[in-house]
Design a protein around this ligand. Structure first.
Ligand code: DGY
Length: 318
C-alpha cells in the first residue's frame, strides 16, 4: 500500500503512516490539478495538503484511489457528491484546529479594533513621531455584541473567548440553533438580517458552499453598523472583496480582519492592505506546531483506515 502526500506535513503523521506499513512519497514541488492526476496513478491513497481543486474531472482521473485524506477541515475544494458516486471516501481534520483558528479570529478582532497593523507600519515607515492624543484612535470591545456566522466548533471557541475577555453578548446565525451554546454562553439565535444589524463584531466561521458564497456582499454590508468590525477566518469566497472595500471606503462599516482572501495569495499591492482599520493575514488560522501535528495525525489515521477498508475516523461523505 502506498500514499502520495502533496506537501511536507509534520513528521508525526508520516511516522504513523510508515508504522502502518504504508510506503510514503512526499511531493518535492507544488503540483497543479493535471500534474497531480498523473502523479497519483501509481498510488492507493492521496493525502492532500493544499487546496487542489478536486472537482469531478479530477476525481474521475483518480477513481482508483481508496481514500482522499485532506489536511484541512474545509472541503469546499472537493466535489463530495462526485467522490461519493465514485466510491472515494474523503476525510478531513475537524475539531483539532478549532482553538488555533479562533485564536486568529480573536487576534484579528483586537488588531482591527486598535488599528494594530497600521500603527506597526507607521513605525516601519518612520511616521511615528510622538504621542498624539487624538490620532488613530481605536474602538473598545467591552460589552459589545459579537455576531457569529456559523456557530460550529471554531465559532463556539471564538464566542467563548469574547465572553471571557470582553464580556461580549453573543448572537449567532446558523443552519440550526445550538442549544448547548445558548445554555453555556447565553448565545441568542437570530436571523441573518438581525445578525447584520446588531453585531458590533461579525465573525465568519461557516463553510463555503453555494448557499454561503458571496453572502457578505454590498447588500449585507449596507445593513451593518457603521462601527462594525467584519472578521473572516473561514474562506475568502464568503465575502465579496470589492463590496467589502467599498463598504470600508464609504465608512459603511468600521474595519475588517481577514485570514482568508479570494484569491489567495492576496496581491501585495491590494489597497485593503494599506487601510488603517484593516488587518490581513495569509491563511494561518491552524498554523501552530501543536495543531498542525494533530492535523497530521488525523489525516494519517484517515489514510490508514481507508487503505484497510475501514470507515474513516472523520469522513466527509454522507
Ligand atoms: C482548514 O483546515 O480548512 C484551514 O482553512 C486550513 O488550515
Amino acid at each position: 500500500m502506498n500514499v502520495f502526500v502533496t506537501k511536507q506535513i509534520p513528521e508525526i503523521g508520516i511516522k504513523l503512516l510508515k508504522e502502518a506499513g504504508i510506503a510514503v512519497t512526499v511531493a518535492d514541488q507544488s503540483l497543479n490539478q493535471e500534474a497531480l492526476i498523473r502523479e497519483v496513478q501509481g498510488y492507493d491513497a492521496l493525502l492532500s495538503a493544499g487546496f487542489v481543486k478536486a472537482d469531478a474531472h479530477f476525481l474521475e482521473g483518480c477513481r482508483h484511489l481508496k481514500v482522499l485524506s485532506l489536511f484541512s477541515v474545509g472541503y469546499d475544494n472537493v466535489d463530495i457528491d462526485a467522490a461519493t458516486r465514485l466510491g472515494i471516501p474523503v476525510g478531513n481534520t475537524p475539531g483539532v484546529l478549532s482553538r488555533a483558528t479562533s485564536d486568529i479570529a480573536f487576534l484579528l478582532m483586537l488588531a482591527v479594533a486598535r488599528k494594530a497593523f497600521y500603527n506597526y507600519r507607521k513605525i516601519l515607515d518612520s511616521k511615528w513621531k510622538e504621542f498624539e492624543p487624538i490620532a488613530d484612535l481605536g474602538i473598545e470591545l467591552y460589552g459589545k455584541t459579537l455576531g457569529v456566522f456559523g456557530l460550529g466548533k471554531i465559532g463556539l471557541e471564538m464566542a467563548k473567548k469574547c465572553r471571557a475577555a470582553f464580556d461580549m453578548k453573543v448572537i449567532y446565525h446558523n443552519r440550526r440553533p445550538q442549544e448547548e451554546a445558548e445554555k453555556e454562553l447565553g448565545a441568542q439565535y437570530v436571523s441573518f438580517d438581525e445578525l447584520l444589524t446588531r453585531s458590533d463584531v461579525l465573525s465568519v466561521h461557516a463553510n463555503l458552499s453555494p448557499e454561503t458564497k458571496n453572502i457578505f456582499n454590498k447588500t449585507a454590508f449596507s445593513k451593518m453598523k457603521p462601527n462594525a468590525v467584519f472578521i473572516n477566518t473561514a474562506r475568502g469566497g464568503l465575502h465579496n472583496e470589492a463590496d467589502l472595500k467599498e463598504a470600508l471606503d464609504h465608512k459603511i462599516i468600521w474595519g475588517a480582519g481577514l485570514d482568508v482572501t479570494n484569491p489567495e495569495p492576496m496581491a501585495p499591492d491590494n489597497p485593503l492592505l494599506k487601510m488603517p482599520s484593516v488587518c490581513v493575514l495569509p491563511h494561518i488560522g491552524s498554523a501552530t506546531a501543536e495543531t498542525r501535528d494533530q492535523m497530521a495525525v488525523l489525516a494519517a489515521k484517515n489514510v490508514i483506515a481507508g487503505l484497510n477498508g475501514d470507515r474513516l475516523p472523520t469522513i466527509v461523505n454522507p
